[in-house]
Design a protein around this ligand. Structure first.
Ligand code: NAP
Length: 583
C-alpha cells in the first residue's frame, strides 16, 4: 500500500506527536529515540518481560508485572500511549463503553480521575492515558515509534529475540506479551485505481488532527462503528457536501450520551472496586442487568415493556439486558429487528434514505455485526446536504483522479461519476489476528505464524500459541475480546499471565508451551458454540469475513467474560494443556 497517495503512514509523527501541544511523553521519547541511538552500537532492550503495545493491555501489564518484581520494557509503534485511541482521531471518535467501565480498576488511577461524559471522546481518552502513565510512572520503561518486525524464542537460552524496524534496536526477554490490540492493521479494500485518486484519501485510523471539510465534497466509505460516528459528526457542517456509502446498514443503537459531573463520579468512588470487579463477573464486561425472564416466559406485553425500557437506557443495555435467545432464534431476532426498525424509520423523513438505513427487510441478524452507538445519525443523514450512496444497488466500479465511478448492479451501462475532494475509508481492520500476523512471529520450528494460521486460527485459551513458549496475548483472538468491554477482559488476561509467570517462577519452570491438541480443542469448542448461534450466517469481522482471503471462522470466544475467566484460571491449576519445561 506504500504507493497510495495521500495515505501518510507518518501522519502519526507529522501530526500526532503532540496532542494539542501537551504530549507528556515528548521528553521520554526524545531520550529513548535520540539518546540511545546516537552511536553505531546495537541497543538491546533486555528485560524479564517485553510488552508490545501501549494501550490498556500494555499499561496495565507493565504495572502488574512490575508488582511481581519483574523488569518490564514496552515497545509501541505510535508516538504515545493509548493504543487504538492514539491512532483514532477522526471526527466524533468516542468509546461505546460507558463511564466508569472503560477504565482501569487500579485505585491510584481512578482516585484522581473523572471523565466529563458518559461515553468519553477520543481527546479525553488520550488525556486519561496520560494520567495513567503519570500515576504509574510507565514512560521510563517505554520505547515509542518502535515497530516489531520479528520475534523468535530460543529454547536453549530461554529467551525471546525481538527485532524492530530500527536495525539498531533489538530486544530480549523471558516472557513476551503481545498487547497489540484487535484493531491495529488497517483494512484497505482493493478498489480499482485507488492510487489514481488525486484528492485527499484518508483511512479513519490515520485521520489528521485538523482537516477542514467545509465547502468540500466528502465521501465516507463504510458504515461500521467508525463510519457512523464520522458521518454523524461531519454532517453537522451544513456546507460539507457529504456522501455516506452504505453497503450493510448498521443496526445502530441509541447511545444516550450525557454529561457527567466530577461530583457524581467522586461520590460513587467508594463503590468503584466492587463496581469495576463486577464487570468481570458477567458475560459482556458490563454489569448490565440480565433480562428478568427468558423470552418464552414473558408475555408479549412484558417483552415490549422490557424492550422499551432497555432502549431508553441507551448504550449496550439493549443487547446485554435483552433476552439471550435473540442470538440463536431467528424468530426472536426478527421481532427484535422489527422493534428497532420501527424506532429508527420514524426518525427518517426521506423515504429513500429511510429504506437504505433501516430497510423493511432485515439486512442481517441483529447483534451478529457490531452495532454502533449513535446520537443523531439518523437525523443527520436525513438532511439535504447529505447524500447516501446505496451499495446494495450500486458498486464502486473504480476511482478516478477526481472521484469515484459507480455502476448500477442491475444495469452495467448505468455508470455515474462523482467528484470528491476527500475520501475517508472507514473500512475497518484486519481485526483480531492482523496485528499478531504482522509482528513477524516465528515458532520454535521456524514456522511463521502466518503459515500456522493460514487455514485457521489456533490459540490455547486465547492467551498462548503452540510452539511459541512463554508468549502471551491480550485482547486476542479466541477470547471474549470483541464481544466484551475492553478493560475488564484485558485485566483478566493480564492477571492470568501474571499468575502464570509467578507460578513458573515459584516452580522453577523455564517455559510453558501450549499443546497443539489443546489449541485444536479450544478452537473446536468455539466453532461448535458458534454453530448454535446466528453468527455464522453473517459476514462480519468477528467471523474474519471482512478481509478477502481470511479464513472464515468465529474469532471470538462466545461463552462470555465470566466463563472465560473461570475456564482459563482452571487451566493454570496443574498446567492443563501445557508442556512444562523446568529450568
Ligand atoms: P468495520 O466494522 O469493519 O466496518 C467497515 C465498514 O466498511 C463496513 O460498513 C463495511 O461494509 C465497509 N466496507 C468494507 N469494505 C468495503 C468495500 N469494499 N466497499 C464498501 N464498503 C466496504 O470497521 P470499523 O467501523 O472501523 O469498526 C471496527 C471496530 O472498531 C468496531 O466494530 C468496534 O469494535 C471498534 N470501534 C469502536 C468504536 C467505539 O467504541 N465507539 C468506534 C469505532 C470502532 P460491510 O458491513 O458491508 O462489510
Amino acid at each position: 500500500m506504500a504507493a497510495l497517495p495521500n495515505r501518510p503512514e507518518d501522519f502519526d509523527t507529522a501530526n500526532h506527536a503532540t496532542v494539542n501541544g501537551t504530549n507528556s511523553n515528548e521528553e521520554d521519547l526524545t531520550r529513548h529515540v535520540n539518546g540511545e541511538s546516537s552511536n553505531n552500537e546495537v541497543e538491546n532492550i533486555a528485560a524479564d518481560v517485553i510488552i508490545i503495545g501501549g494501550g490498556f493491555g500494555g499499561m496495565y501489564g507493565m504495572h502488574q508485572f512490575r508488582k511481581l518484581g519483574l523488569s518490564v520494557k514496552l515497545l509501541e509503534a505510535g508516538s504515545s500511549w493509548g493504543g487504538t485511541w492514539h491512532w483514532n482521531r477522526y471526527p466524533g471518535a468516542r468509546v461505546d463503553s460507558e463511564t466508569p467501565y472503560y477504565s482501569l480498576s487500579i485505585p491510584e488511577v481512578y482516585k484522581d480521575w473523572t471523565f466529563t461524559e458518559r461515553f468519553p471522546g477520543h481527546e479525553e481518552l488520550r488525556r486519561y492515558f496520560q494520567h495513567v502513565d503519570k500515576t504509574l510512572d510507565l514512560s521510563r520503561d517505554a520505547y515509542f515509534n518502535t515497530i516489531v518486525t520479528a520475534a523468535r524464542y530460543d529454547t536453549g537460552t530461554g529467551q525471546w529475540h525481538v527485532k524492530t524496524d530500527d536495525p539498531k534496536r533489538i530486544a530480549t526477554c523471558k516472557y513476551l506479551v503481545m498487547a497489540t490490540g484487535s484493531s491495529y492493521k488497517k483494512h484497505f479494500p482493493a478498489f480499482k485505481n485507488l492510487d489514481k485518486f488525486k484528492g485527499r484519501l484518508i483511512h479513519s485510523a490515520l485521520y489528521p488532527d485538523t482537516l477542514d471539510v467545509s465547502h468540500k465534497k466528502v465521501l465516507v466509505i463504510g458504515s461500521g462503528a467508525t463510519g457512523v460516528q464520522i458521518v454523524q459528526t461531519l454532517a453537522h457542517d451544513p456546507t460539507c457536501q457529504l456522501t455516506a456509502s452504505i453497503r450493510t446498514p448498521n443496526i445502530a443503537l441509541p447511545m444516550r450520551q450525557r454529561q457527567m459531573s466530577a461530583e457524581e463520579q467522586n461520590a460513587a468512588k467508594s463503590f468503584y472496586q466492587s463496581v469495576l470487579q463486577s464487570a468481570k463477573q458477567c458475560s459482556g464486561g458490563f454489569p448490565y442487568n440480565p433480562a428478568p425472564k427468558a423470552y418464552h416466559e414473558a408475555t408479549p406485553a412484558e417483552r415490549r415493556a422490557h424492550w422499551e425500557e432497555i432502549w431508553g437506557r441507551g448504550g449496550f443495555a439493549f443487547l446485554l439486558s435483552n433476552y439471550r435467545e435473540f442470538l440463536a432464534d431467528k424468530d426472536i431476532n426478527r421481532e427484535l429487528y422489527a422493534f428497532w426498525a420501527d424506532k429508527v424509520r420514524a426518525r427518517v423523513r426521506d423515504p429513500v434514505k429511510r429504506e437504505i438505513v433501516a430497510p423493511a427487510t432485515q439486512p442481517h441478524w441483529l447483534g451478529t455485526k457490531r452495532p454502533s452507538l449513535e446520537q443523531d445519525f439518523y437525523e443527520m443523514i436525513d438532511q439535504e446536504h447529505v447524500t447516501l450512496l446505496d451499495l446494495q444497488r450500486r458498486d464502486i466500479a473504480e476511482f478516478t483522479a477526481s472521484g469515484v465511478v459507480t455502476v448500477s448492479k442491475s444495469d452495467e451501462n448505468d455508470r455515474q461519476h462523482h467528484d470528491y475532494d476527500i475520501v475517508i475509508l472507514a473500512t475497518g481492520y484486519d481485526s483480531l489476528t492482523g496485528s499478531l500476523l504482522d509482528a513477524g512471529l516465528t515458532d520454535i520450528n521456524d514456522t511463521p505464524l502466518s503459515a500456522k494460521w493460514r487455514h485457521g486460527t489456533y490459540t490455547y485459551l486465547g492467551l498462548t500459541i503452540p510452539q511459541m513458549p512463554n508468549l502471551f496475548m491480550v485482547y486476542s483472538p479466541q477470547a471474549p475480546t470483541a464481544l466484551s468491554n475492553g478493560p475488564p477482559i484485558i485485566e483478566i488476561q493480564i492477571d492470568w499471565i501474571a499468575a502464570a509467570i509467578a507460578k513458573m517462577r515459584a516452580e522453577g519452570v523455564k517455559y510453558i508451551d501450549a499443546r497443539s491438541a489443546a489449541a485444536e480443542e479450544w478452537r473446536d469448542d468455539i466453532q461448535k458454540m458458534n454453530n448454535l448461534t446466528l453468527f455464522p450466517e453473517t459476514d462480519s469481522w468477528y467471523m474474519g469475513a471482512n478481509v478477502p482471503g481470511k479464513p472464515r471462522e468465529q474469532l471470538v470466544y462466545l461463552a462470555g467474560v465470566d466463563t472465560y475467566a473461570r475456564v482459563t484460571r482452571e487451566a493454570l491449576d496443574g498446567w492443563k494443556g501445557f508442556d512444562v519445561v523446568k529450568a
